[in-house]
Design a protein around this ligand. Structure first.
Ligand code: 13P
Length: 251
C-alpha cells in the first residue's frame, strides 16, 4: 500500500516574516496526520529558515531546482550537495516552468534527477503535456518521452527512490483542474509504462497530481487508485487551503 504525499511548491513566493507565520500554521494544522507525508519546496534562500523551523516537526522540505553539475564554474547555480547541507529531502526536477521558461530538455532533467539522487536526496520528477499537445492527442507520447529520458540514462531502478508528478501544463495556475478521471488515466499510463520494465518499482512508486489542486477538489483527486497525493502551487501558500489538502490525503 503506497502512502500519500502532499508537497507544496512555493515557486518564487515567500518572505522571512510570512514564511514563519505560514509554516507555524501548517505545522499545527497537520499534526497527527495518518498515512500521508507533507513537504514544502521553497526558494533556495529560505532553506536555512525552513530547516530550523521544520527540523523538530513532521513536515519535510526541499528545493525547486538543482544544477545537473556537481560543482564548478556555473555562476548562479546550486548543487545537490549544497541542498543536502540544508537537509532537503526533496528536489523538484523538470517542472514545466523550468522546461518552458529555461529551456530544460528531458535529457537535462534526467541529469538533474541523477545529481539529486547522487547527493542522497529524492527527486520529484514532473511530467505533463501542454494544451496544444493534449488537443493533438499526443499526451502519452509527450509523457513517455519525458519519462524515458530518465529510464534510458539511469535505468528503471532509479525510479524506486523518486517521486513522480503528473502536472498537465494547461491546469497549472489556471484554476482548470484535470478531472479525476483525466488525471487517473494519465497516472495509469505512467504506472503501466514503468510496470513494463519493473512491476515492483511501478507498484511502489508515488505518483502525485499537480495543477490547480485546491481544498475543494483534493479529496476526489486523491481518491483515484493511481493518484498518491499532490504537488500544490498557489494553494500551498494559503495555510487553510494547504492544511485541508494535506488532510484529504489521509488514509
Ligand atoms: P498550481 O497549484 O498553482 O496550479 O501549480 C501547480 C504546480 O505547478 C505545482 O508544481
Amino acid at each position: 500500500m503506497r502512502s500519500k504525499l502532499v508537497a507544496g511548491n512555493w515557486k518564487m513566493h515567500g518572505g522571512i516574516a510570512q514564511n514563519r507565520v505560514l509554516l507555524d500554521l501548517i505545522v499545527t494544522g497537520t499534526t497527527g496526520l495518518r498515512g500521508a507525508d507533507c513537504a514544502v519546496c521553497v526558494p533556495y534562500p529560505y532553506l536555512p529558515q525552513v530547516q530550523s523551523l521544520l527540523q523538530p516537526t513532521h513536515i519535510f522540505w526541499g528545493a525547486q531546482n538543482v544544477s545537473q553539475h556537481e560543482k564548478g564554474a556555473y555562476t548562479g547555480e546550486v548543487s545537490a550537495a549544497m541542498l543536502a547541507d540544508f537537509a532537503c529531502r526533496y528536489v523538484i526536477v523538470g517542472h514545466s516552468e523550468r522546461r518552458a521558461l529555461y529551456a530544460e530538455d528531458s535529457h537535462t532533467v534526467a541529469l538533474k534527477f541523477r545529481a539529486t539522487q547522487t547527493a542522497g536526496l529524492t527527486p520529484i520528477l514532473c511530467v505533463g503535456e501542454t494544451l496544444e499537445q493534449r488537443e493533438a492527442a499526443v499526451t502519452e507520447q509527450v509523457i513517455a518521452e519525458q519519462l524515458d529520458a530518465v529510464i534510458e540514462l539511469l535505468g528503471v531502478s532509479a525510479l524506486a527512490k523518486s517521486v513522480l508528478a503528473y502536472e498537465p501544463v494547461w491546469a497549472i495556475g489556471t484554476g482548470k483542474t484535470a478531472t479525476p478521471q483525466q488525471a487517473q488515466d494519465v497516472h495509469a499510463f505512467i504506472r503501466n509504462r514503468i510496470a513494463a520494465h519493473d512491476i515492483k518499482v511501478a507498484t511502489e512508486l508515488q505518483v502525485l497530481y499537480g495543477g490547480s489542486v485546491k481544498a475543494n477538489n483534493a479529496a476526489e483527486l486523491f481518491a483515484m487508485p493511481d493518484i498518491d497525493g499532490g504537488l500544490i502551487g498557489g494553494a500551498s501558500l494559503v495555510a487553510d487551503e494547504f492544511i485541508t489538502i494535506c488532510r484529504a490525503a489521509q488514509s
